[in-house]
Design a protein around this ligand. Structure first.
Ligand code: GLN
Length: 201
């Protein structure tokens, strides 16, 4: 089984640990820099990105994690985790640092102008396009959206309908995966299984 860390400074760590364990990985909460040497991939959970940014600094994890990511450590960020992985953030605090592992521009709390939280069914490239697959239930909680991407970023999912129709909410660039929504809260393991497969390869 691959060993996958879950950044455990803040946010919905337990849900990701459970989802990873159910998807064929050994999950390790990560709070110290030495623990970064023991993992084959990392999940950055949902929570609050400006707080997570601050805590990464306080726990002396920011630079070691950024370094492992630039060395190619596979990573999956959900919601605040997507914000942490992105290269450019709109509507954040000026002192918030981010890990710059994914060439996307993300807008924080982007849906907030319409609704704080909502759910929808969506198509996810590589998952719901398999024969007989169901659409994916996506839960958005004060979520970001991806405002723009660089050419080598692949769009995996968009909002299918409503005022935010067409907004990008899942992307992948090489070893880095991110979703605006929270698959760890639905019981649908397919995004975690997809990430475990990425780590295996
Ligand atoms: N709004 C949060 C942030 O800006 C993200 C919300 C979430 O992770 N559910 O970090």
């Amino acid at each position: 089984r691959p060993r996958i860390g879950v950044l455990a400074l803040q946010g919905d760590v337990r849900e990701h640990v459970h989802a990873l364990e159910a998807s064929g990985a050994d999950a390790l909460p990560i709070r110290r820099r030495s623990e970064l040497d023991e993992i084959d991939g990392i999940v950055i959970p949902g929570g609050e990105s400006t707080t997570m940014s601050k805590l990464l600094g306080i726990f002396d994890l920011f630079d070691p994690l950024a370094e492992r990511l630039s060395d190619g450590l596979p990573a999956y960020g959900s919601c605040a985790g997507m914000i942490m992985l992105a290269s450019t953030i709109l509507d954040t605090r000026p002192d918030a640092r981010h890990l710059d592992a994914l060439d996307i521009t993300v807008r924080r709390n982007a849906f907030g102008r319409q609704v704080e939280s909502f759910e929808t069914d969506l198509d996810f490239v590589g998952i719901t396009d398999r024969a007989g697959a169901q659409p994916m239930r996506a839960v958005f909680i004060r979520a970001p959206w991806v405002e723009s991407i660089s050419p080598d970023v692949e769009v995996l999912a968009r909002v299918p309908e409503g005022p935010a129709e067409g907004r990008i909410v899942a992307v992948r660039q090489g070893n880095v995966l991110a979703t605006s929504f929270h698959p760890e809260v639905t019981g649908d393991r397919r995004v975690h299984e997809y990430f475990v497969q990425m780590v295996r390869r």
